[in-house]
Ligand binder design. Structure first.
Ligand SMILES: *[C@@H]1O[C@H](CO)[C@@H](O)[C@H](O)[C@H]1NC(C)=O
Ligand SMILES: *[C@@H]1O[C@H](CO)[C@@H](O)[C@H](O)[C@H]1NC(C)=O
Length: 466
């Protein structure tokens, strides 16, 4: 019995020694492919952004939602801040203040917030833009955020870039004529789109009690909302004698046309479309459909959210802009993927996100996004969108392309021979290889994917507060 006790004690001692050798850091265990001890799997210990905090999995911290101030501490490295520090900015970009340990290399900036764009204030409305000048990565597309109160008009105009738009709130009337002289008028609500090809003249007017606000996308990052062709500007710079000849009327008729552009101005509240449609002898309705009800589309429901894709397949006129409207539920991930045919220009409508952009050659950088922010992911660069908040994340992915295209990492690996995948990723770990293949082999594209709740890692929350 005594011998047995001694043996047991020895075993316990030996196992204790084994379980806590000096080298047995959580990071080392991860590198060795061993499970982490329970204490590292529970919310306990030092809060994030303190010297004692440990997170070998680089989980996300919702610094805005939890109202914590990010500081440059990571797994014991780093130091406090002594100099000037813009706390609000730091809170909005926790993954720049403390980048995941997987980030590396020099990368262009891929985030801009519309709140940093200059606002042009006009009668009854305003406009601001995010172009290559605000965000140098915004090469393929430029965005404009515009607000028009009830009855307020964005004046009749045209431009060389095609214009795509998404109605963010309220109601708006659009008018246009097509290349064959056909007349087009439509009333749109939240979640509706319009697309005007290059050069098509059009106007916009806020309807309803509070008018409208929308996001405009132009298929050139160098676009400027200041350099469109306006009806009033043209007439103000054409000799009255010529205007007179053009319209077969005496020059006096034009004595009071505006002397400079109107751009955005308070107009007269319009009646229903049928009352307002011009009725001249030669007016004909357009054969083209310049508008589309994107949010009314039946979404693809994925395990973690919803996706609606609108491109030239279901909105034929939209030949140069394709888009996806994506809802990512709390805890879910827009899965790891890339777009082969165009840069992604993302606009965040609701929620809080982080994206790591993988740029090859070992380069990767992580950015955070809030409502009203713009992101860019250059074509072919791998990325995900993680909902790091406690409400659904709603965003638009917009592309200068006729078709939406993406490659899913999950789908790619599930359709690749097992041995090939194992040789790449699990050559030294047969057990993990089996686990991985069992989990992946029947996988399909799942654009917004919801991981099981009990992963115990990677979800960030559990490990976020080691
Ligand atoms: C218009 O805005 C006011 C003030 O924000 C709000 O109370 C009202 O509900 C809005 N009306 C509509 C139709 O959205
Ligand atoms: C953008 O436009 C400006 C002014 O016209 C021009 O100087 C610049 O080269 C353009 N940049 C790109 C990337 O096209």
């Amino acid at each position: 019995m005594a011998v047995l006790n001694l043996l047991l004690t020895g075993l316990v001692l030996a196992s204790q020694c084994l379980s806590v050798p000096v080298q047995d850091s959580p990071r080392q265990r991860l590198l060795d492919g061993k499970p982490l001890p329970a204490k590292y799997r529970k919310s306990a210990g030092a809060p994030p952004y303190t010297p004692g905090h440990r997170d070998p999995y680089d989980g996300a911290v919702d610094s805005v939602g939890r109202d914590v101030d990010p500081l440059p501490w990571r797994n014991g490295d780093g130091a406090s801040v002594l100099g000037p520090w813009n706390k609000e900015r730091a809170k909005q970009s926790p993954d720049l203040v403390r980048p995941p340990s997987t980030d590396h290399g020099a990368m262009k900036n891929m985030r801009w917030s519309f709140v940093d764009s200059h606002i042009r204030i006009e009668e009854g409305g305003w406009t601001r833009q995010t172009t290559i000048r605000e965000l140098p990565s915004s090469v393929e597309l430029a965005g404009v955020n515009m607000r028009l109160d009830e009855g307020v008009i964005r004046e009749l105009h045209w431009h060389k870039e095609a214009e795509w738009a998404y109605v963010l709130e309220g109601e708006v009337r659009v008018t246009a004529i097509d290349y064959e002289g056909g007349n087009f008028i439509d009333d749109l609500k939240k979640g509706d789109l319009w697309y005007f090809p290059s050069g098509v003249p059009h106007s916009l007017q806020g309807l309803g009690e509070n008018g409208t606000e929308f996001l405009l996308i132009f298929d050139d990052g160098n676009f400027s909302e200041e350099s469109t062709f306006l009806l009033t500007d043209w007439l103000a710079h054409t000799p009255k004698s010529v205007i007179s000849k053009n319209f077969h009327l005496a020059p006096e008729v034009f004595a009071h046309v505006p002397k400079s552009e109107k751009y955005i101005f308070q107009g007269t509240k319009p009646g229903p479309i049928d009352e307002e449609r011009p009725s001249g002898k030669h007016v004909k309705k357009s054969k083209y459909q310049f508008t589309h009800k994107m949010l009314d589309q039946e979404p693809k429901r994925t395990t973690g959210g919803e996706v609606r894709i609108t491109d030239s397949k279901n909105f034929p006129i939209s030949k140069t802009v394709a888009a996806a409207h994506v809802v990512i539920e709390p805890g879910a991930l827009r899965e790891m993927h890339w777009h082969p045919n165009a840069d992604e220009w993302s606009f965040f409508i609701r929620g809080r996100a982080r994206i790591t952009v993988f740029a090859a050659e070992g380069n990767a950088r992580t950015f955070n996004y809030l409502p009203g922010d713009v992101g860019v992911v250059p074509k072919n660069m791998g990325h995900f969108v993680e909902n790091i908040g406690d409400e659904p994340l709603e965003m638009l992915e917009v592309f200068r392309a006729d078709e939406f295209r993406d490659f899913s990492l999950f789908q790619w690996l599930s359709e690749t021979p097992k041995k090939l995948v194992v040789d790449h990723l699990f050559a030294d770990d047969k057990e993990a290889a089996e686990k991985f293949w069992d989990g992946v082999k029947d996988g399909d594209k799942d654009e917004v994917t919801l991981p099981p709740k009990d992963l115990g890692d990677g979800s960030g929350e559990e490990l976020g507060e080691l």
